[in-house]
Design a protein around this ligand. Structure first.
Ligand SMILES: Cc1cc2nc3c(=O)[nH]c(=O)nc-3n(C[C@H](O)[C@H](O)[C@H](O)COP(=O)(O)OP(=O)(O)OC[C@H]3O[C@@H](n4cnc5c(N)ncnc54)[C@H](O)[C@@H]3O)c2cc1C
Length: 420
């Protein structure tokens, strides 16, 4: 078949490569080159969060959020002018943080993230992208055990899904990472995780491999997607670029990250999507790097040893998809460096803002549109989009080939937010 994939972040590149391996003639379209800073996939924390079954919206968040907005050290930001547009999404997002719903969401996330390290290896093995994949602990660090116990809901959920961790005291932490601040006296080191040492380099390498093996990359901005012809079931998909060029294919995959919502609306679907903007500060020429990533729980940020340097990444900034980046989250990240690594030295820094594609129920939209069956959705990876990208891409190829996905995909139905 002829297949067009719209969006060349980790999700689109993964889909394009798995489709190419199935023997399809695949064109990957994006307005930027794979690995570009305009993609969420460029500058994330690189963590393959295979135990990430706990969504951001959890019981109690609704009461904590207002106080967080007023605290200059908190990782939560909101642009007041965006509030009227954000409100319907935010209320549904917070409502989905009730206990029973979170357990249901966890059941939806588990099959997407659980085998993510293997999924990345299956995608990248034998390609130049393989060298970016590392195995290791994913360690949540706490001021003390009492702080860890406050997170017991999330850890119990992880355990219920079969994820295990080691509990480390100050001495064990010091042995693992002698440079870490003495203020962190407890850690939960989640086993058998992985990370990517340069998400931008990784996505670019995967795309180069795809092109080298016969896939096509076309740079352009998609203005519209539609189902061609009156025959809904046998029809083809069309993609119209800004400037008017029109491309037709047997299947079109929409994998445009946070921007997918707008294109899904053209087909009559509500993606219930919002941009959770996040930031990174990467220190270059650092005197020290930890063996594997941390989740710094009091600051809610990831610290990852990258090829580019030591990356501090986090923040949730509800500033709207088109709003300019702000400086306060970066100042916040800069203040955190010394709290985590009091003796660290470095010679430069690089900063970035990216947009997480987040639905109200923290689950992606995956599968063919019932309104336009030639068009498949693959987006909504939220805080775990790097982790689950290869999985979403592979399942998309499975569905297009008519193979069984061997997991229940009803939780990701693409019309679940539509008014019926
Ligand atoms: C600070 C931060 C830290 C993060 N840390 C992690 C982490 O440690 N682990 C993890 O798993 N996830 C993490 N994430 C989330 C992860 O980065 C995203 O969920 C993931 O990258 C989304 O990938 P994507 O391919 O769906 O979207 P993107 O990477 O955003 O790609 C979408 C692509 O679509 C293209 N596009 C959009 N509209 C059009 C159009 N009309 N025409 C042509 N092209 C178009 C865009 O140009 C873009 O290239 C983090 C995110 C942030 C912001």
């Amino acid at each position: 078949m002829k297949v067009i994939v719209v969006g060349a972040g980790i999700t689109g590149v993964s889909a394009a490569e798995w489709l190419r391996r199935d023997g399809h003639q695949v064109t990957l379209i994006d307005r930027v080159r794979p690995g570009d800073p305009a993609q969420a996939s460029h500058g994330n924390a690189g963590i393959l969060g295979r135990s990430g079954v706990v969504p951001v919206s959890v019981p109690g968040l609704v009461w904590k959020a207002p106080g967080m907005l007023l605290d200059r050290d908190s990782p939560l930001y909101l642009r007041l002018g965006h509030l009227p547009r954000l409100m319907p999404w935010l209320l549904r997002f917070l409502w989905n943080g009730r206990r029973g719903k979170v357990e249901e969401i966890a059941r939806g996330l588990a099959p997407l993230v659980g085998d993510s390290v293997d999924q990345h290896l299956a995608l990248a093995r034998g390609t130049p992208a393989e060298r970016f994949i590392r195995h290791g602990f994913y360690t949540a660090i706490y001021r003390d055990r009492a702080a860890f116990e406050k997170d017991s809901f999330g850890f119990a959920l992880r355990r219920a899904h079969g994820f295990e961790w080691e509990e480390w005291d100050r001495a064990a932490l010091r042995e693992y990472d002698p440079e870490l601040s003495e203020d962190y006296t407890f850690a939960a080191a989640l086993k058998d995780h992985g990370f990517i040492t340069s998400p931008a380099g990784y996505v670019a390498a995967l795309a180069e491999h795809f092109e080298r093996e016969g896939g096509t990359f076309l740079q352009g901005e998609v203005a519209d997607i539609a189902q061609a012809g009156p025959d809904r079931n046998g029809g083809r998909g069309t993609v119209t670029l800004i400037g008017g060029a029109r491309h037709e294919a047997d299947r079109v995959v929409l994998a445009a990250g946070v921007w997918s919502g707008k294109l899904a609306a053209r087909l009559g679907h509500n993606a219930a999507m919002e941009s959770e903007r996040g930031y990174h500060l990467t220190l270059t020429g650092v005197s020290h790097k930890p063996p594997a990533p941390y989740m710094v729980t009091d600051a809610k940020l990831g610290v990852t040893p990258m090829e580019e340097g030591l990356r501090f990444a986090g923040t949730v900034d509800f500033g709207g998809i088109d709003g300019p980046p702000r400086t306060a989250p970066l100042e916040n990240l800069r203040r955190r460096v010394r709290q985590i690594y009091p003796r660290l030295e470095w010679d430069g820094e690089e900063t970035w803002m990216g947009q997480r594609p987040s639905t109200v129920d923290s689950l992606p939209l995956l599968g063919a549109s019932p309104k336009a069956p030639a068009i498949h959705f693959a987006f909504g990876g939220q805080h775990l989009g790097l982790t689950m990208g290869p999985r979403l891409g592979r399942m998309t190829a499975d569905m297009i080939a008519g193979r069984k996905t061997n997991i229940d995909i009803s939780a990701y139905r693409v019309d679940r937010f539509d008014r019926h």
